[in-house]
Design a protein. Structure first.
Length: 263
Protein backbone atom coordinates (compact mmCIF):
# COMPACT_ATOMS: atom_id res chain seq x y z
CA UNK A 1 0.00 0.00 0.00
CA UNK A 2 1.36 3.42 -0.99
CA UNK A 3 0.28 6.41 1.08
CA UNK A 4 0.96 9.90 -0.25
CA UNK A 5 2.04 12.08 2.66
CA UNK A 6 1.03 15.67 3.33
CA UNK A 7 4.04 17.97 3.78
CA UNK A 8 4.12 20.78 6.33
CA UNK A 9 6.65 23.51 7.02
CA UNK A 10 7.32 24.38 10.65
CA UNK A 11 9.77 27.18 9.83
CA UNK A 12 11.23 29.16 6.89
CA UNK A 13 14.32 27.00 6.26
CA UNK A 14 13.98 24.27 3.58
CA UNK A 15 14.97 21.66 6.19
CA UNK A 16 12.18 22.71 8.57
CA UNK A 17 9.59 20.36 7.09
CA UNK A 18 7.78 17.16 8.00
CA UNK A 19 5.66 14.62 6.13
CA UNK A 20 2.47 13.25 7.66
CA UNK A 21 1.39 9.73 6.71
CA UNK A 22 -2.20 9.04 7.78
CA UNK A 23 -3.62 5.49 7.69
CA UNK A 24 -6.83 4.79 5.87
CA UNK A 25 -9.93 4.49 8.01
CA UNK A 26 -11.66 6.57 10.60
CA UNK A 27 -9.12 7.04 13.37
CA UNK A 28 -8.19 8.71 15.57
CA UNK A 29 -4.76 7.22 15.00
CA UNK A 30 -1.74 7.14 17.30
CA UNK A 31 1.39 8.82 15.97
CA UNK A 32 5.02 7.78 15.61
CA UNK A 33 7.47 10.64 15.09
CA UNK A 34 10.34 9.47 12.84
CA UNK A 35 13.76 11.14 13.09
CA UNK A 36 16.43 10.22 10.56
CA UNK A 37 20.12 9.94 11.27
CA UNK A 38 23.30 10.85 9.42
CA UNK A 39 25.52 12.07 12.27
CA UNK A 40 23.67 15.42 12.31
CA UNK A 41 25.07 16.23 8.85
CA UNK A 42 23.41 17.70 5.77
CA UNK A 43 23.65 15.00 3.08
CA UNK A 44 20.99 12.92 4.84
CA UNK A 45 17.29 13.69 5.12
CA UNK A 46 13.90 12.21 5.96
CA UNK A 47 13.90 10.04 2.83
CA UNK A 48 15.81 7.48 4.92
CA UNK A 49 12.71 6.88 7.06
CA UNK A 50 10.08 6.78 4.30
CA UNK A 51 9.79 2.96 4.14
CA UNK A 52 9.15 2.85 7.89
CA UNK A 53 6.61 5.67 7.65
CA UNK A 54 4.66 3.79 4.98
CA UNK A 55 4.75 0.56 6.99
CA UNK A 56 3.54 2.29 10.14
CA UNK A 57 0.60 3.79 8.27
CA UNK A 58 -0.22 0.38 6.83
CA UNK A 59 -0.47 -0.90 10.41
CA UNK A 60 -2.75 1.87 11.61
CA UNK A 61 -0.16 4.22 13.10
CA UNK A 62 0.24 7.71 11.64
CA UNK A 63 3.82 8.74 10.93
CA UNK A 64 5.27 12.24 11.30
CA UNK A 65 8.55 12.01 9.35
CA UNK A 66 10.63 15.07 10.14
CA UNK A 67 13.60 16.93 8.77
CA UNK A 68 15.67 19.46 10.69
CA UNK A 69 18.63 21.80 10.23
CA UNK A 70 21.99 20.10 10.62
CA UNK A 71 25.71 20.89 10.56
CA UNK A 72 26.27 22.85 7.36
CA UNK A 73 22.72 24.26 7.27
CA UNK A 74 23.76 27.72 8.41
CA UNK A 75 23.61 27.48 12.18
CA UNK A 76 26.52 29.89 12.51
CA UNK A 77 28.56 27.61 14.77
CA UNK A 78 25.54 26.90 16.95
CA UNK A 79 24.18 23.97 14.96
CA UNK A 80 23.60 21.78 17.99
CA UNK A 81 21.13 24.24 19.52
CA UNK A 82 19.47 24.86 16.14
CA UNK A 83 18.98 21.13 15.64
CA UNK A 84 17.48 20.61 19.09
CA UNK A 85 15.21 23.62 18.64
CA UNK A 86 14.03 22.27 15.28
CA UNK A 87 13.08 18.81 16.46
CA UNK A 88 11.19 20.43 19.33
CA UNK A 89 9.42 22.81 16.95
CA UNK A 90 8.43 19.88 14.72
CA UNK A 91 6.51 18.37 17.65
CA UNK A 92 4.79 21.69 18.26
CA UNK A 93 3.78 21.71 14.58
CA UNK A 94 2.39 18.18 14.91
CA UNK A 95 0.11 19.46 17.64
CA UNK A 96 -0.97 22.33 15.42
CA UNK A 97 -1.96 20.09 12.48
CA UNK A 98 -3.55 17.38 14.59
CA UNK A 99 -6.86 19.22 14.51
CA UNK A 100 -6.99 18.80 10.74
CA UNK A 101 -6.49 15.03 10.74
CA UNK A 102 -7.82 12.08 12.77
CA UNK A 103 -4.81 11.92 15.10
CA UNK A 104 -4.58 11.10 18.78
CA UNK A 105 -1.42 12.91 19.83
CA UNK A 106 -1.89 11.75 23.41
CA UNK A 107 -0.62 8.42 21.99
CA UNK A 108 2.67 9.58 20.47
CA UNK A 109 5.96 7.67 20.27
CA UNK A 110 9.38 8.83 19.12
CA UNK A 111 11.51 6.68 16.78
CA UNK A 112 15.00 7.71 15.74
CA UNK A 113 17.87 6.07 13.87
CA UNK A 114 21.56 6.70 14.67
CA UNK A 115 21.88 10.45 15.36
CA UNK A 116 18.10 10.48 15.12
CA UNK A 117 18.12 8.01 18.00
CA UNK A 118 20.01 10.61 20.00
CA UNK A 119 17.41 13.22 19.09
CA UNK A 120 14.52 10.92 19.96
CA UNK A 121 15.98 10.19 23.40
CA UNK A 122 16.70 13.88 23.97
CA UNK A 123 13.13 14.80 22.99
CA UNK A 124 11.81 12.25 25.47
CA UNK A 125 13.47 14.31 28.20
CA UNK A 126 11.60 17.40 26.99
CA UNK A 127 8.16 16.08 25.99
CA UNK A 128 5.80 13.61 27.61
CA UNK A 129 5.31 10.74 25.16
CA UNK A 130 4.07 7.16 25.31
CA UNK A 131 7.39 5.56 24.33
CA UNK A 132 10.70 6.13 22.57
CA UNK A 133 12.63 3.79 20.26
CA UNK A 134 16.33 4.29 19.55
CA UNK A 135 17.50 2.39 16.47
CA UNK A 136 21.29 2.05 16.65
CA UNK A 137 21.21 5.36 18.45
CA UNK A 138 23.98 7.60 19.74
CA UNK A 139 22.81 7.68 23.34
CA UNK A 140 26.00 8.87 25.06
CA UNK A 141 27.64 11.87 23.40
CA UNK A 142 30.58 11.80 25.81
CA UNK A 143 31.54 8.27 24.77
CA UNK A 144 30.82 9.06 21.13
CA UNK A 145 33.37 11.88 21.29
CA UNK A 146 35.95 9.78 23.14
CA UNK A 147 35.49 6.88 20.72
CA UNK A 148 35.72 9.26 17.74
CA UNK A 149 32.53 8.03 16.14
CA UNK A 150 31.54 9.40 12.75
CA UNK A 151 34.82 10.77 11.45
CA UNK A 152 34.40 12.76 8.26
CA UNK A 153 34.80 10.68 5.12
CA UNK A 154 36.01 11.89 1.71
CA UNK A 155 34.55 8.69 0.23
CA UNK A 156 31.07 9.53 1.48
CA UNK A 157 31.54 13.23 0.92
CA UNK A 158 30.54 14.61 4.30
CA UNK A 159 31.94 15.83 7.56
CA UNK A 160 35.13 17.55 8.65
CA UNK A 161 37.97 15.12 8.12
CA UNK A 162 39.50 13.74 11.31
CA UNK A 163 36.84 15.40 13.49
CA UNK A 164 34.38 13.05 15.23
CA UNK A 165 30.73 13.73 14.48
CA UNK A 166 29.81 14.66 18.05
CA UNK A 167 32.71 17.10 18.33
CA UNK A 168 31.71 18.68 15.03
CA UNK A 169 28.05 18.84 16.09
CA UNK A 170 28.62 20.32 19.56
CA UNK A 171 31.56 22.50 18.54
CA UNK A 172 34.14 20.92 20.80
CA UNK A 173 35.12 18.06 23.07
CA UNK A 174 33.50 17.36 26.45
CA UNK A 175 36.41 19.17 28.08
CA UNK A 176 36.03 22.22 25.83
CA UNK A 177 32.23 22.64 25.93
CA UNK A 178 31.03 20.65 28.95
CA UNK A 179 27.75 22.56 29.27
CA UNK A 180 26.73 21.52 25.75
CA UNK A 181 27.29 17.85 26.46
CA UNK A 182 25.38 18.11 29.72
CA UNK A 183 22.44 19.71 27.92
CA UNK A 184 22.41 17.45 24.84
CA UNK A 185 23.53 13.95 25.85
CA UNK A 186 20.68 11.59 26.85
CA UNK A 187 23.10 9.84 29.19
CA UNK A 188 23.30 13.05 31.23
CA UNK A 189 19.52 13.50 31.34
CA UNK A 190 18.47 10.23 32.97
CA UNK A 191 15.95 9.30 34.12
CA UNK A 192 13.88 10.08 31.02
CA UNK A 193 10.73 8.73 32.71
CA UNK A 194 9.57 7.31 29.37
CA UNK A 195 9.41 3.63 28.35
CA UNK A 196 12.30 2.89 25.98
CA UNK A 197 13.26 0.28 23.41
CA UNK A 198 16.89 0.25 22.25
CA UNK A 199 17.45 -1.72 19.03
CA UNK A 200 21.03 -2.46 17.97
CA UNK A 201 23.08 -4.89 15.92
CA UNK A 202 26.21 -6.53 17.29
CA UNK A 203 28.08 -5.87 14.01
CA UNK A 204 27.29 -2.16 13.78
CA UNK A 205 30.46 -0.43 12.55
CA UNK A 206 29.04 3.11 12.73
CA UNK A 207 27.58 3.23 16.22
CA UNK A 208 28.84 0.30 18.35
CA UNK A 209 26.31 -1.75 20.25
CA UNK A 210 28.12 -0.75 23.43
CA UNK A 211 26.33 2.60 23.21
CA UNK A 212 22.96 0.94 23.74
CA UNK A 213 24.23 -1.62 26.25
CA UNK A 214 25.72 1.00 28.54
CA UNK A 215 22.76 3.34 28.19
CA UNK A 216 20.27 0.57 28.96
CA UNK A 217 22.14 -0.28 32.16
CA UNK A 218 22.36 3.36 33.22
CA UNK A 219 18.70 3.97 32.44
CA UNK A 220 17.62 0.96 34.50
CA UNK A 221 19.82 2.09 37.38
CA UNK A 222 18.08 5.48 37.18
CA UNK A 223 14.68 3.80 37.43
CA UNK A 224 13.61 3.95 33.78
CA UNK A 225 11.70 1.19 31.99
CA UNK A 226 13.96 0.06 29.16
CA UNK A 227 14.22 -2.92 26.82
CA UNK A 228 17.37 -3.75 24.87
CA UNK A 229 16.87 -5.74 21.65
CA UNK A 230 20.20 -6.91 20.21
CA UNK A 231 20.38 -8.64 16.85
CA UNK A 232 23.23 -10.93 15.89
CA UNK A 233 25.12 -10.27 12.65
CA UNK A 234 23.25 -6.99 12.10
CA UNK A 235 24.93 -3.78 11.02
CA UNK A 236 23.82 -0.17 11.11
CA UNK A 237 21.18 0.15 8.42
CA UNK A 238 19.11 -3.03 8.57
CA UNK A 239 16.83 -1.36 11.12
CA UNK A 240 15.52 0.83 8.29
CA UNK A 241 14.24 -2.15 6.32
CA UNK A 242 10.57 -2.90 7.17
CA UNK A 243 11.17 -6.52 6.15
CA UNK A 244 13.92 -7.04 8.73
CA UNK A 245 13.28 -8.78 12.04
CA UNK A 246 14.52 -5.74 13.93
CA UNK A 247 11.67 -3.67 12.49
CA UNK A 248 9.21 -6.46 13.28
CA UNK A 249 10.36 -6.18 16.89
CA UNK A 250 10.10 -2.39 16.80
CA UNK A 251 6.67 -2.38 15.19
CA UNK A 252 5.37 -4.87 17.75
CA UNK A 253 6.67 -2.68 20.56
CA UNK A 254 5.04 0.44 19.10
CA UNK A 255 1.72 -1.27 18.47
CA UNK A 256 1.75 -2.64 22.00
CA UNK A 257 2.42 0.80 23.46
CA UNK A 258 0.12 2.77 21.19
CA UNK A 259 -2.62 0.36 20.12
CA UNK A 260 -3.23 -2.29 22.79
CA UNK A 261 -4.98 -5.37 21.47
CA UNK A 262 -4.23 -4.65 17.80
CA UNK A 263 -2.01 -6.92 15.69
Amino acid sequence: MTITPATFAYGPHPSQVADLYVPTGGGPFPVAVLIHGGFWRTPFDRELMEPLAEDLAAHGVAAWNIDYRRVGDGGGGNEWRVTLDDVSASLDQLGAVSGEYPLDTDRTALVGHSAGGHLALWLASEFQVAAVVSQAGVSDLYDAAHERLGLGSPREGFGVLDVPATVEFLGGTPQEVPDRYAAASPSALLPLETPMLLVHGDEDDRVPVGQSRAFAEAARDAGDEVELAEFARMGHFEVLDPRHESWTRTLGYLVGRLKPGVD
